[in-house]
Design a binder for this molecule. Structure first.
Ligand SMILES: CCc1ccc([C@H](C)CC(=O)N[C@@H]2O[C@H](CO)[C@@H](O)[C@H](O)[C@H]2O)cc1
Length: 796
């Protein structure tokens, strides 16, 4: 097994400088004297891209030669972030690039950070897909990612009077340096019309046009392809309308078609149920399957061999239409008997579930479904009938009056179904898929999530990375569990002080950036207590701010007591239609305004909500964090992946026994983790207790006082009742048990205060989190999928 491409160490800083100047001149058409930062960034990007393309071709060639089994990852979201620094780090050209840019009289980081984030995702699911693609390339597994080339990614967030305001995201306003348009890869995707005897005659159609982005792996040993589909009109322009002066009519076909790939739906926990969303799901899934079968038939011919050479993974139910579509292609278009087509499809498909929230499980109205995809609805009915015929005793159905349940469809049409953490997978078996699990006891497997150590440690935390490499060499980057070899160094004072120094310097950098960007001065000596993730009641950002209010009140009551100074840093977007979540954002900003202005407490407690949380901001915040807030109601966070990034970067976790927190605590040691709150079972029991919130408030005056302050306008004097509904909820239904978990959360936070005051003790705990978190590499996760689900092998 030889590397598809070897990064020739011969590529020197001079070569890099020449390559940059070459592209500035001949690709950007600019001379150095008139070049903008954007021009230099593009020139550098093209210089790096050249290095990637050679290997990319070699990887593609190698995968064909090997006749290897291919993995296809279908996802509505790929939260990629920036690619320039990732490319430089994976090709080990970062130093050369910085030297070359410096030699050209430029500030390397100003150039590198000029790149917009590719924000083609909402949160965890989308970022996981991006980490998975990078790991698939780093492991040398032939794979493709398939998704949608949204013209507008996740909205930009800004605050007006503390309120979230959404602005369109415009990453494609500039040329996207990393993509290649593939005019030869275009497919006609139909909608509507009617189905008739094992056939379909769509009423309308759009063209799916491919754009390829190379995804390079560690050390540039392999590069796979992310193919994103853009919607284009069948007829670009209606000349007749134009000639009749109906200019709008003339442009309509283009506008209507492009609508399908125009924008990412910003919802991440509530199914959307909109026609355009279903069109988006079918559009990219159908184009991807057509492309997969074209490549397969070219390589292997006989479609009956599909499961041997192709593994397709469905990233949640969003591409679930892949089951019926594959049956349609195999049966309607290729004449394979229905049952055999169904079995072939099932043996090819795997389905990953990422949430148990009932409101997030997709259930399409069969009216909409039948109108848009009449033939698929027929096929789903036959799949449902076949399943019920096989299991007559079961009451499981894919169809219910009026709806099509995409979770059940995905389960029935996949040969493997997986959860994303051990607890989540067990809860899948005992709740949403209880009956299906009983019918198919070997179908559900667990694949605990992971994160790529290249972006989330080596690239974003170079200080810590070089300290680690100094001590154990560099193999940890491609084999993260080697971090455990640092265990013996944790007792070494020199290592510990270097470890602490890396954290301190990261915090100083962050403080300087926050001051420069937001005019807020933070003292790096304070504890940086960070909660960064999408806004959602189950993630309980409102529990965090309640504790902050109680702490503020406690400090005011005893200002001279020996408090542990801390900064509470929040960041995260709320779905535009999720008003309760948006009100939590506003509350946090209102509380911050009052607390940060309070002379009594200002050097002991600060609160900051940073706008427009995205991948790049996470890369800046996580290496500079001391405390990682993972405080979801137990049983609600399927896994979490931020929790893993924080632990790897030496932030201690305060958290519940939820999602992957359970496995993080098991591996880093319970003594290096601040646990609080009810377990998933206790949560279910507590909910059954009448007035559980009122009971909790009645026995905790600190909680009562904090709620009272929210209720009486302390943080919104101009509109005292502004948060009455939040207090009413937390004193009443409080479905996510904020009040019932408050007392224990307060207790744990005070333990955090005490622990932080012992700087060496804290550093030891932090270092042990890094040393013992190697298992949470997405390389390990991908190896799990390869063994348990895909049966695929690396070819290098
Ligand atoms: C249909 C609207 C919609 C869109 C996205 C989603 C995602 C499944 C939500 C999501 O991102 N889930 C997160 O997935 C991560 C990766 O597995 C987990 O780590 C998080 O716990 C989970 O909330 C649900 C519903």
């Amino acid at each position: 097994k030889v590397d598809a491409m070897t990064v020739s160490t011969t590529f020197t800083t001079q070569d890099m400088r020449a390559a940059i100047l070459h592209h500035l001149t001949y690709t950007m058409g600019k001379d150095a004297d008139h070049a903008t930062t954007y021009d230099w960034r593009m020139a550098l990007s093209f210089a790096v891209r050249d290095r990637i393309v050679d290997g990319w071709f070699a990887s593609t060639r190698k995968s064909y030669e090997a006749g290897a089994k291919r993995v296809y990852y279908l996802s509505m979201e790929f939260l990629i972030g920036r690619l320039l620094q990732d490319g430089l780090v994976n090709l080990r050209l970062l130093d050369d690039a910085c030297e070359a840019l410096t030699a050209l009289g430029l500030d390397p980081w100003q150039v590198i950070s000029n790149e917009p984030d590719a924000a083609l995702g909402n949160g965890g699911l989308g970022r996981l897909a991006a980490c998975f693609l990078e790991s698939l390339s780093s492991l040398g597994v032939p794979a493709h990612g398939y998704g949608i080339r949204y013209e507008h990614g996740l909205f930009r967030q800004s605050f007006v009077d503390g309120r979230q305001v959404e602005l369109p995201e415009t990453w494609l306003q500039q040329h996207h340096a990393w993509e290649f348009e593939r005019p030869e890869a275009r497919y006609r995707i139909g909608f509507g019309g009617d189905a008739r005897d094992a056939g379909w005659d769509p009423a309308e159609a759009v063209i799916a046009a491919a754009y390829d982005t190379p995804i390079v792996g560690w050390q540039g040993r392999w590069a796979n392809t992310l193919r994103l589909w853009a919607a284009k009109p069948v007829e670009a322009f209606d000349l007749d309308s134009f000639n009749r002066g109906d200019f709008v009519g003339a442009a309509t076909p283009e506008a209507m078609a492009r609508t399908i790939s125009r924008v990412l739906y910003p919802d991440d926990t509530t199914e959307i149920g909109k026609e355009l969303r279903l069109k988006q799901e079918y559009f990219f899934t159908a184009a991807s399957l057509a492309d997969i079968l074209r490549r397969f038939e070219m390589e292997h011919g006989d479609l009956r061999k599909l499961p041997e050479k192709v593994a397709i993974q469905l990233n949640d139910t969003h591409p679930a239409i892949a089951g019926p579509e594959l049956v349609r292609l195999l049966h309607d278009d290729n004449g394979i008997p229905f049952d055999e087509a169904m079995d072939l499809a099932r043996s090819t498909l795997g389905y990953t579930n990422h949430t148990l929230l009932p409101e997030a499980l997709e259930r399409w109205s069969d009216h909409l479904f039948g109108r848009l995809l009449p033939r698929h609805l027929e096929i789903i009915d036959r799949i449902d009938q076949a399943h019920r015929a096989t299991y007559p005793s079961s009451s499981v159905t894919i169809r219910e009056p009026g709806v099509v349940k995409m979770g059940e469809l995905s389960f029935v049409m996949a040969h493997r179904v997986n959860g994303v953490s051990a607890l989540h997978t067990e809860l899948m078996k005992s709740t949403v898929f209880k009956e299906l699990n009983a019918l198919h006891p070997d179908r559900i497997v667990n694949e605990t999530n992971g994160v790529t150590p290249r972006r989330w440690l080596l690239s974003s935390n170079p200080r810590l990375a070089s300290l680690i490499t100094e001590r154990i060499g560099e193999d940890w980057v491609g084999d993260l569990e080697q971090l455990s070899r640092l265990e013996e160094h944790v007792g070494d004072a020199g290592f510990l002080s270097a470890y602490a120094e890396a954290k301190r310097a990261n915090k100083a950098d962050l403080a300087a950036w926050i001051e420069a960007e937001h005019g807020i001065a933070l003292d790096p000596a304070m504890m940086f207590d960070v909660q960064i993730k999408r806004l959602h009641e189950y993630k309980r950002q409102h529990l965090n701010i309640l504790e902050a209010i109680a702490l503020w009140q406690a400090i005011r009551a005893a200002p001279d007591a020996d408090w542990t100074p801390r900064v509470k840093i929040f960041a995260g977007k709320a779905a535009p239609g999720y008003h309760f979540a948006k009100d939590i954002i506003r509350l946090i900003n209102d509380v911050a305004e009052v607390v940060n202005a309070d002379p009594v407490t200002r050097d002991k407690l600060k609160i900051v909500f940073l706008p427009n949380y995205n991948v790049t901001l996470a890369e800046r915040l996580i290496p500079a964090s001391d405390l990682s807030e993972q405080i979801s109601t137990a049983g609600k966070e399927a896994s979490g992946t931020g929790n893993m990034k924080f632990a790897l970067n030496g932030a201690l976790t305060i958290g519940t026994l939820d999602g992957a927190n359970v496995e993080i605590r098991e591996r880093v040691g319970e003594e290096n983790f601040f646990l609080f709150g009810m377990t998933a079972d206790e949560v279910v029991a507590r909910r059954k207790i009448k007035d559980h919130a009122a009971k909790a408030i009645a026995v905790d005056p600190r909680l009562a006082a904090a709620l009272a302050a929210v209720r009486d306008g302390t943080f919104c004097a101009e509109e005292p009742d502004r948060y009455a509904h939040i207090v009413q909820n937390l004193s009443g239904p409080d479905y996510f048990l904020v009040s019932s978990d408050f007392t224990d959360y307060w207790r744990a936070q005070r333990e955090v205060d005490a622990a932080y005051r012992d700087a060496d003790g804290w550093t030891r705990m932090a270092a042990r989190n890094t040393v013992r978190s190697g298992w949470f590499s997405s390389d390990r996760t991908i190896r799990g999928y390869m063994a348990d689900v895909w049966g695929a092998e690396p070819v290098i």
